[in-house]
Design a protein around this ligand. Structure first.
Ligand code: SF4
Ligand code: SF4
Length: 328
């Protein structure tokens, strides 16, 4: 049965290691165990997803707050695309000098510049960044960026007898009645299926009660290859032209979903069950918390390699690969 947190120092209330919001500053913990004992943990769609994939994954990511120092290439490109979209679509950026379009251009050119080898006159830089530039330059040319709203819109769902649900929506529009989720991906078919988007969009519809309609917009980087003897300027121009010509069918794949398509009560019950399970595991044994948060080895490489594979395979946390994240 759960005793007191073994590390508690309650000479100072609530505890010298306590960080506002239910966090702990100890290097081996992220969430405060005593806080979770009293309050159900606030959870997000991503935390629920991690917990249902593998309990250990949840514990590493959300209990101990561990993350990779160096993100995967796909994640780095995805977060750069998110940053560009936030800059272009945010209504709070209208009227800024430099304009959002100028800020984006400066940013992408600087990123490409960093990848060009100054010692090599043939070096053209990272082609994936050129693809991103062609895609977003086409996006702006087609005026898709002129839609303005609130980007990274934070929501909090507080309903009696349910866990607190917390998250961010990429873009909300027209008094929060419409929302957009952007995916920078080579696999738009996956995100166009309601089945695959069910949990994420259910969380958004629950968190934002006025939301009626949600669009999932997949931005697909060009798959064109650079031809022999083609200069980077010509390759870039060819990609950009292709983006403009085949924008809707190949590059900006949009699927619209409506609130009525989702069983929100079922997702609320799922969130409740997950949060109760987490509390149950935490009260089992505050010393060996990794035990109740057991591993699911069939989730290590499917659908992609888990961030924590180096810890699970070696049994220790390599300090050159991982760090503890800060409470958000
Ligand atoms: S988990 Fe909570 S009680 Fe334990 S040391 Fe950290 S802040 Fe203190
Ligand atoms: S590597 Fe496998 S067992 Fe370890 S946390 Fe990830 S999914 Fe779970």
């Amino acid at each position: 049965m759960f005793g007191q947190c073994p590390y508690i120092n309650d000479v100072v209330k609530p505890c010298t290691s306590y960080v506002k919001g239910g966090f702990c500053s100890r290097p081996d913990l992220f969430r405060c165990l005593e806080y979770i004992k009293v309050h159900e943990p606030a959870i997000s769609f991503s935390a629920i997803k991690d917990f249902t994939q593998c309990h250990r994954k949840y514990w590493y990511a959300w209990g101990q707050g561990i993350e990779l120092i160096e993100k995967s290439r796909a994640l780095r490109l995805g977060s750069m695309a998110d940053q560009i979209l936030s800059c272009l679509h945010d209504s709070r950026n209208v009227g800024l000098n430099p304009t959002p379009e100028e800020q984006y251009t400066k940013m992408i050119n600087a990123e490409i510049e960093k990848t060009i080898d100054p010692e090599d006159s043939d070096s053209v830089g990272d082609l994936d960044l050129w693809k991103m530039k062609a895609l977003f330059d086409g996006y702006i040319e087609l005026d898709r960026h002129t839609l303005k709203g609130i980007t990274q819109h934070e929501f909090r769902w507080n309903e009696v007898e349910y866990p607190k649900l917390h998250g961010y929506i990429d873009l909300t529009l027209r008094e929060d009645k419409f929302g957009d989720e952007f995916k920078y991906t080579n696999n738009p078919d996956w995100y166009s299926e309601r089945w695959n988007m069910n949990d994420q969009l259910s969380a958004y519809f629950i968190g934002m009660p006025d939301l009626e309609q949600f669009r999932v917009i997949c931005l697909v980087p060009p798959a064109l290859k650079m031809k022999k003897n083609e200069t980077i300027t010509k390759f870039y121009a060819r990609m950009r032209e292709d983006v403009i010509q085949r924008s809707i069918t190949a590059y900006f794949i949009t699927t619209t979903f409506w609130r009525s398509e989702f069983d929100l009560e079922a997702y609320k019950r799922k969130a409740k069950m997950v949060s109760e399970e987490i509390m149950h595991y935490i009260v089992q044994d505050p010393i060996k918390l990794a035990d109740p948060f057991y591993q699911n080895l069939s989730a290590c490489y499917s659908p992609y390699e888990c961030d924590f594979i180096h810890i699970c395979r070696s049994g220790v946390m390599p300090e050159n690969l991982y760090k503890k994240r800060l409470p958000r």
